[in-house]
Design a protein around this ligand. Structure first.
Ligand code: WTA
Length: 677
């Protein structure tokens, strides 16, 4: 029954189905300078050499005490990597670079308003600011090793500074995407048990200075009602010394960071010697059920994996200018704006605003000004930039040696424009497939070693061994053209350790379905189920088709259908809700919401808006449905289950198939008329 439901709401059914493409080869110039050109890397990282192969990644880091066991699987599938090792992430991202790079830019900050210019934060300045803020967190906020703290911050340099200050103390940070609502932030405060919230008063989005402080008030209030008291709110000011939010401060609870920082001038904080397996951060993500899951990432394994993949897949050298145009509020930003790049002494760009503000040339102007040579973004942004300014890149003087796509499947046509127009036909491209849970890349080509194939992510990364299983648990070999559930046969250092406070859910969601023996302590018995459908071609290249569960990928952002449905049920008139994905030219997918009302209520435009507003309040504007359809009744099976598949076909103008076995087949034609006119 449960499994049937998964299949019926499958996004894979309406996923992309393009054919296999020709290979594209990296240029000799790129290969000549690449960090990884050793073809034997795949042998070294074969299953026969697992798990010892990952020593190579651990050795990219500085350890206070070297580990004595590479992988402890005694509590499988909760693994401990580099056991016995002692390490600090903040030290590895900052202190150890000072001798050679203290005068080099660590973070280039690009404010959204054009007139504000750029800020270049050197490793020395990063060191000073992280230390002073860490002292504040410890001595003013009373935070210590193992405590959790919720961050609800926009894309300003104070966000990585805050994360690295937490890491310095061994405080587990949980950054909530800045665009999420106060309610969504409250849920994460409660689940993580945070008594301190760190936020900012305001930030720019598409030319408007948004009041962000108001979300903190909502979050703290709602968290309090749910039993979690926040006793301090630390607020970074968008303009230091100037109030940018009209929302008043709450006496004794709210503090401006820059005012308190005056007491910590010159403070230095010894980095905590953390156990390799101590948690570094939580990142909440959407899944099959309503409640977001706190993916818990460890310190040594996560940092080793993100450092290794930043070096070999992103091909970052300390002399490069690297720009990942993602938000640090998502895993991409954690792994590939902050931790991975800084661990290998990159200069990383943090851009506050939207890629198309004030026009379609903005991204390329930033690239020209900073001489960015590695560029990383999501297909949604590429589709948008291609649509509104296909000829813009040619107007600017920059040269990318390397480009990345992440987060969604990229259509070959869009890939080719990216390659030709943005990358001038010269840049090596990697299409990186991975997840919040996995910490770092799962599939991608190694850019100097393998050709690119538009529309395909590429083979498993060194040390990552993908496998396809059908619903019965049989292996589907490469080259059959058959889509199946993609799993990873082995653990790896970057994978999450558990769901915060819910080991059972961790095991059930990701391992139960294909586990060979639930009592086993051998990793071989615990394939990791990613929740994606994929095909693997004969050459071993993986093409991701989409989610097999109730997750919708809107502009590369992961939204849970159940989360949106429960948000709409907050509206008292609503009896039932069903969320379905609709194909969209730029965003990949959009959300449409179908609702049926309780008896005695009438449909109206005002009510539809009220429901849409409720979704924004509960989750955030990113979840705003494109349409709210108030229908007389939902199409249902005889057992009363809502047929989301039928609704999805109607919204996507596809054939809804045989509906005669429904309990109320007549409703289908009625809804179709309402939606399609
Ligand atoms: C999808 C983002 C196709 C996939 C890093 C996955 C992709 C979900 C790709 C995770 C890609 C990510 N090609 N699909 N290169 N990368 N996805 O947790 O469905 O926000 O399961 O992590 O995005 O989204 P998340």
């Amino acid at each position: 029954m449960a499994e049937k439901e998964v299949v019926e709401t499958s996004e894979a059914q309406i996923a992309v189905h393009w054919g296999e493409e020709e290979y594209y080869y990296p240029s000799p110039k790129f290969i000549a300078q690449a960090n990884m050109t050793d073809e034997e890397v795949y042998d070294r990282f074969s299953l026969d050499n697992f798990p010892n192969c990952f020593k190579e990644y651990a050795d990219l880091l500085d350890w206070y005490e070297y580990w004595d066991e590479i992988l402890d699987s005694s509590d499988a599938p909760c693994y401990k990597w580099f056991k016995g090792g002692k390490i600090n992430a903040s030290y590895n991202c900052i202190d150890r670079h000072l001798a050679e790079y203290k005068n080099k830019t660590a973070i280039h900050f690009v404010p959204e308003p054009l007139e504000e210019g750029y800020q270049h934060i050197t490793f020395q300045e990063l060191y000073v600011r992280v230390n002073e803020f860490a002292a504040l967190l410890r001595d003013f906020a009373g935070l210590k090793r193992g405590d959790r703290v919720t961050l609800h911050m926009p894309m300003i340099p104070e966000l990585p500074i805050t994360m690295l200050a937490c890491a310095r103390l061994g405080v587990i940070h949980s950054q909530v995407f800045g665009g999420f609502s106060g309610r969504a932030c409250a849920d994460r405060i409660v689940d993580s048990g945070s008594r301190v919230l760190i936020t900012a008063d305001a930030y720019y989005r598409s030319g408007t200075l948004l009041d962000h402080k108001q979300n903190a008030d909502i979050a703290v209030d709602l968290a309090g009602k749910d039993g979690q008291t926040v006793d301090k709110v630390l607020i970074w000011q968008r303009y230091t010394g100037k109030a940018s939010s009209p929302t008043p401060m709450v006496d004794g609870r709210d503090f401006f960071v820059n005012e308190e920082l005056q007491n910590f001038y010159g403070a230095r904080v010894e980095p905590e010697k953390m156990n390799a397996e101590d948690p570094l951060f939580l990142m909440y993500t959407s899944g099959t059920t309503g409640k977001p899951k706190g993916c818990q990432h460890g310190t040594g394994g996560y940092l080793a994996y993100t450092a290794g993949t930043s070096k070999y897949v992103q091909d970052i050298h300390p002399t490069d200018v690297y720009w990942c145009m993602a938000d640090i509020g998502w895993i991409t930003g954690h792994s590939y704006i902050v931790y991975g790049p800084l661990a290998i002494a990159a200069s990383t760009v943090v851009y506050e605003g939207v890629p198309t503000y004030p026009d379609a040339g903005r991204a390329w102007r930033i690239a020209q000004d900073l001489d960015v040579n590695i560029f990383h973004t999501a297909p949604t942004a590429i589709r948008a930039l291609r649509k509104i300014g296909p000829d813009e890149p040619a107007k600017y003087n920059y040269e990318f040696k390397h480009m990345t796509t992440v987060g969604e499947p990229i259509e070959p046509e869009v890939w080719k424009w990216y390659h030709k127009a943005v990358g001038q036909g010269k840049a090596a491209i990697v299409d990186t497939w991975w997840q919040t849970e996995t910490g770092g890349f799962l599939c991608s080509t190694l850019p100097a070693l393998q050709p690119m194939k538009p529309g395909s992510a590429g083979p498993g990364m060194p040390g990552i061994h993908p496998i396809l299983y059908d619903d019965e648990g049989n292996e589907v070999p490469p080259g059959t053209g058959k889509a199946a559930n993609i799993c990873i046969q082995n653990p790896w250092p970057g994978m999450f350790q558990t769901i915060w406070g819910d080991r059972d859910r961790f095991v059930d969601t990701y391992f139960a379905r294909y586990c060979k023996d639930p009592k086993s302590t051998k990793w071989q018995d615990w394939p990791y189920m990613t929740g994606d459908a994929a095909v693997i071609a004969e050459d071993g290249y993986v093409r991701i088709l989409g989610r097999i569960d109730d997750v919708i990928n809107v502009s590369g952002h992961r939204l849970g259908t159940k989360e949106i449905e429960s948000a709409s049920l907050v509206v008292e008139e609503v009896a039932e809700a069903a969320v379905i994905p609709v194909n969209h030219e730029i965003k990949g997918k959009e959300v449409e919401l179908y609702v049926a009302l309780k008896p005695g209520f009438e449909a109206s435009d005002a009510l539809a808006k009220k429901i849409s507003d409720a979704v924004c309040d509960e989750i955030g504007k990113i979840a705003k449905p494109r349409m709210v359809w108030i229908v007389k009744d939902m199409p249902k099976t005889r057992s009363g289950k809502i047929m989301r598949r039928v609704l999805a076909s109607i919204s996507n103008n596809q054939d809804e198939g045989d509906v005669t076995t429904l309990a109320n087949p007549e409703i289908v034609a009625e809804i179709k008329k309402q939606v399609q006119g």
